[in-house]
Design a protein. Structure first.
Length: 652
């Protein structure tokens, strides 16, 4: 029976409000079924038991569908049951390896890694039972320091539980490994030992040709800008003083090596070669930023994208076109004819590149220059804020502060295959992602560009600098240090973790498998030459903070199509107020300029840029795939947003 038209009785005589029956559709939010955020999820009425069941169901489904994990050593049930059960002991495994050909230290599915080969060798030698062969976690596998692709280690440590009753277990493990990986020793440890947590500090070595400390060629983009900006701020005398010991190097090379080659060319081709060599343009071409993508890397941090065609020194043509041009190329690619290149031009450019590389190999660093190198690297020592030397960290992030115990330069360079090399050794408590390579990149660029020492101190402030990573080729983890643990076990039945016991074997391995590989790869690929030539010829002010004018010469951070600087969100939040205001003012000017540029036909502009880029490519000399990947990795780093990166487990 109706009650004033507002309520009605159901079959049990209960009154209910109008709209509560099934004949009326409930009014709900249109997006009620959307994915919930973390906070809303935990505020929902779902009980803990239901959440646990959902999680288990999802994991079960994933286990059924997934491919093999990082370790594909699987055995049948019968093989596992037939395997004898033996006790496992917590141990520290001391090892060394050459990273060439591997995708890094850490296990990855379907990728060659140091840990992957090592784990399989443990299983093959009987140090890990067949029942535990499918998952490293079953053996409590922990690494002391992760190394990236191509990075070597004379000494590293992993801790895990192994079956070590066999007195020949180390020999059997090494027999199952390639010559690039060696196990030096296995030491019993305390049951709670974790090499990751017990490590006090780490020693790294970086090998670099001394020619990397030569100044940029005077006719390169960087070489011209350094002089121009030094004159602008009245520091030309100071700049010349900082380059005094190498002032005449390029002049002698031009007179003795390059000019005879040019004079030997035909008249009709000589002008084209000189134009290609000494072309200078200030067009700004930077990769676009995507603040929502990934490794490990960055724009405030990133070197420019290295193309598959890198010019001979000191050519200044690069190919780091914007995504707008790349997108347009997909539309008009079929309409752009392949440019025809004179074979004589290609041969001339190739011979000139070889001449520049040969000339740089003859360089022997003066003692005064080597002293300046040591002074710059010593500037890293102590506790500093290294937010500019890693990825996705602002000045205000406490974890950006790291302590460098020492950064030494070997006073006696060595000569290998006519190339002079110098060893750099850094000792620090811990390092962030890419930190060492960025430290080497910044210091070497400061020396070669005659940068005032005060610039290094500025990188430890709130300001954001675009510091490129030096090539990973020369980086080597020498050894981790466990002083506190060794003092703790002194007087007990446990042995110290000491690489000094295996010093002879390690030195022999370093020279055979690591040093020789580094020297050979540089001899064949010219990775360091190509990297620094690219920086010198990059036609954008991003690296002009190395000049006497400082960060003002670099201007505002590079802007993406979204109008945001190529900085992570955390960096933008922690940016200095004055720099933020400057970016806002420059952004307003850019908007006014874009209004005028927008009147030009965009398709014609894209076609024009593509044709020009193709023409420039024909005048350059190709480099190895490895060199291309070095700087292409920098572009991936630019796109990295705010993903959380573990600090202690990350090395440069």
């Amino acid at each position: 029976m109706a009650d004033n038209g507002k309520t009605q009785s159901d079959s049990r005589g209960q009154k209910r409000k109008r709209g509560d029956d099934n004949s009326h559709q409930r009014r709900g939010r249109p997006n009620k079924g959307r994915d919930m955020g973390r906070g809303e999820y935990f505020r929902s009425a779902t009980g803990r038991r239901q959440r646990n069941e959902d999680s288990q169901a999802k994991r079960g489904k994933w286990d059924e569908e997934r491919k093999d994990g990082p370790v594909t050593t699987n055995f049948t049930k019968e093989e596992i049951e037939a395997d004898s059960r033996q006790p496992k002991r917590k141990v520290a495994v001391m090892l060394g390896y050459s990273g060439s050909g591997y995708k890094g230290m850490q296990m990855m599915p379907d990728q060659p890694t140091i840990e992957g080969d090592l784990f399989k060798a443990f299983v093959a030698a009987g140090a890990i039972s067949k029942a535990n062969a499918d998952d490293p976690k079953k053996s409590s596998f922990v690494r002391c320091a992760r190394t990236d692709k191509g990075v070597h280690a004379a000494g590293n440590v992993i801790s895990l539980k192994l079956i070590i009753e066999d007195p020949d277990i180390i020999k059997k493990i090494n027999e199952a490994l390639s010559p690039q990986i060696r196990v030096w020793g296995i030491e019993r440890t305390t049951g709670s030992f974790s090499c990751y947590q017990a490590c006090d500090s780490r020693w790294y070595e970086y090998l670099i040709p001394t020619s990397c400390f030569l100044p940029p060629h005077p006719k390169s983009f960087m070489g011209k800008k350094l002089v121009e900006l030094a004159e602008e701020v009245g520091d030309i005398e100071g700049y010349n003083a900082r380059q005094e010991e190498v002032a005449g190097f390029w002049k002698d090379v031009e007179a003795k090596t390059i000019q005879p080659i040019l004079e030997g060319l035909d008249e009709d081709i000589r002008a084209q070669v000189e134009e290609a060599l000494y072309r200078n343009t200030t067009d700004q071409e930077m990769p676009e930023d995507n603040d929502d993508d990934e490794t490990s890397s960055d724009a405030g941090d990133a070197a420019p994208k290295e193309n598959k065609e890198v010019e001979v020194e000191p050519a200044v043509t690069t190919d780091a076109t914007s995504t707008e041009v790349d997108d347009a190329s997909t539309v008009v690619a079929d309409t752009v004819p392949e440019p025809v290149v004179d074979p004589r031009l290609q041969a001339a450019m190739k011979s000139l590149k070889a001449a520049y590389i040969t000339a740089k190999k003859t360089y022997r660093i003066p003692q005064a220059r080597l002293t300046r190198v040591q002074e710059v690297f010593a500037g890293y020592e102590g506790t500093q804020n290294f937010h500019n030397y890693t990825v996705r960290k602002s000045f205000f992030d406490p974890s950006a502060k790291r302590h460098i115990l020492s950064f030494a330069v070997n006073p006696k360079p060595i000569i290998i295959d006519d190339t002079e090399w110098v060893s750099l050794k850094v000792h620090g408590q811990s390092f962030m992602m890419h930190q060492i390579r960025k430290m080497v990149g910044m210091a070497s660029l400061m020396v070669r560009c005659g940068t005032p020492m005060s610039r290094l101190e500025e990188t430890f402030t709130k300001e954001v600098f675009s510091i490129p990573k030096a090539p990973g080729l020369g980086l080597l983890l020498e050894r981790p240090v466990f002083n506190n643990y060794n003092n703790k076990v002194k007087g007990t039945e446990r042995e110290k973790i000491d690489f000094g016991v295996y010093e002879k074997e390690i030195d022999e391995f370093k020279h055979r498998e690591i040093y020789n590989r580094i020297f050979r790869e540089e001899e064949q690929e010219n990775i360091f030459h190509s990297f620094f030539a690219h920086i010198d010829n990059f036609r954008d002010p991003a690296f002009l903070f190395l000049s006497s004018k400082g960060l003002k010469a670099s201007g505002k951070p590079r802007l993406s199509s979204s109008g945001q600087g190529q900085l992570s969100k955390s960096q933008r939040r922690g940016m200095h107020k004055d720099r933020s205001n400057r970016i806002a003012e420059d952004g307003k000017k850019d908007d006014d300029e874009l209004t005028l540029v927008g009147k030009e036909d965009e398709e014609q502009k894209a076609v024009k840029e593509i044709v020009e880029t193709a023409a420039l490519k024909t005048e350059t000399e190709g480099v190895s795939e490895e060199v291309v990947k070095i700087v292409e990795k920098e572009v991936e780093d630019i796109k990295a947003a705010d993903d959380v990166v573990p600090i202690k487990d990350v090395v440069s």
